[in-house]
Ligand binder design. Structure first.
Ligand SMILES: NC(=O)c1ccc[n+]([C@@H]2O[C@H](COP(=O)([O-])OP(=O)(O)OC[C@H]3O[C@@H](n4cnc5c(N)ncnc54)[C@H](OP(=O)(O)O)[C@@H]3O)[C@@H](O)[C@H]2O)c1
Length: 322
């Protein structure tokens, strides 16, 4: 972990950072940088839905090409599957010897972008959503980030990445030196096979199993979904080992029998399959195809989840709690 004490902020002194995209990460990073004394300009495509928010945050709205013209560093913070097109748009305007940055390794590691050889290419990937990156910064705390250099044309790309991480507030929590490959493989694997893929799927399956077994949907929701928050809090505070010790013997014994029975060899084998699809680029190809077709699978999945029995139970509970 590299902390603030070991980071020199000088590489960003008097420099301009162009933030392209003002969504989850773009907004938080732009605001944290500005509050850290860095000059920030924001680039959005014409007619962008983010324009009003950019203006209300006190930034001028420019096109991506105009925003990068005077920038020393252009951070591309739009959806990953759009970054190659954005790079093609801004690259001709990036001055010789400037830097281009990312918050995820995907576009560079999988070769969606082949950066000009004169550019530094850096990554600072905060390990959490922009909302938390911003609120932690305002509380005087920070979010851990992975940082890396893919191309070091200037010989000073690494100190620039560290200074950028520091300006986001990440040096307060710690910066881990990584690579574009490591960050994106670990991140895509987790999204598919662990926290964002498997956990919601197992909550859904548990809810449906209880309801099919005659349990009221509200009770099934409280058991199988609501308690995740308790688990997350306990793991954060005490770790997985400490969590087992903190719950009742009944719960601990149930978990001891049930956990390994559910997450058996077959599940681990499928996890390895997810990892293989991430590493081979099969997942990134599927993501590009999905974007190309205007996200039919994502739209259908969102609609199905909204219309499902689990969401209905959640809404009924919410109404009764008001
Ligand atoms: N979200 C997270 O929790 C998180 C965490 C760590 C790292 N990251 C990484 O951070 C990067 C940004 O992710 P995000 O979740 O912040 O993205 P996001 O919220 O989906 O980004 C949306 C923003 O990108 C703009 N945008 C979309 N297409 C554009 C284009 N062609 N030209 C210019 N702007 C465009 C959108 O404006 P429009 O209104 O014009 O569409 C909007 O301002 C990604 O590399 C991601 O992997 C994300």
């Amino acid at each position: 972990m590299i902390k603030d004490e070991a980071i020199d902020p000088a590489p960003l002194h008097g420099r301009t950072v162009a933030i392209i995209g003002f969504g989850n990460q773009g907004r938080a990073q732009a605001l944290n940088l500005r509050d850290s004394g860095v000059r920030v300009v924001v680039g959005l495509r014409p007619g962008s839905g983010s324009e009003a928010e950019v203006r209300s945050a006190g930034f001028d709205v420019m096109t991506p090409a105009a925003a990068v013209r005077d920038a020393d560093l252009a951070m591309l913070l739009a959806p990953d599957e759009r970054l190659a097109a954005i790079y093609d748009e801004v690259a001709p305007g990036l001055r010789h010897g400037a830097a281009v940055g990312f918050s995820h390794g995907l576009a560079i590691h999988f070769g969606l972008i082949a950066p000009r050889p004169d550019l530094d290419v850096i990554m600072v990937a905060p390990k959490g959503p922009g909302t938390a990156l911003r609120s932690l910064y305002l509380e005087g705390q920070g979010m851990v980030a992975l940082a890396a250099v893919a191309q070091d044309a200037s010989g000073a790309a690494w100190p620039l990445a560290l200074a950028y991480a520091q300006a986001l507030g990440c040096g307060r929590a710690g910066v881990i030196r990584s690579t574009f490959e490591e960050e994106c493989v670990a991140d895509l694997f987790n999204e598919g096979a662990v926290v964002w893929g498997a956990v919601p799927a197992i909550l859904q399956a548990g809810f449906e199993t209880l309801v099919a077994g005659g349990i009221q949907p509200e009770v099934a929701y409280l058991e199988c979904v609501s308690e995740l928050k308790l688990l997350a809090g306990l793991i954060e505070a005490r770790g997985i080992a400490g969590t087992a010790e903190a719950i009742s013997n009944t719960a601990e014994f149930g978990a001891l029998l049930g956990g390994p029975a559910i997450v058996d060899r077959a599940v681990r084998g499928r996890m390895e399959g997810v990892l293989a699809d991430v590493r081979s680029g099969a997942f990134v190809q599927a993501l590009s195809d999905e974007a190309e077709a205007d996200y039919p699978r994502l739209r259908a999945a969102r609609q199905k989840a909204r219309a499902g029995a689990l969401e209905a139970a959640r809404l009924r509970l919410l109404k009764q709690n008001r």
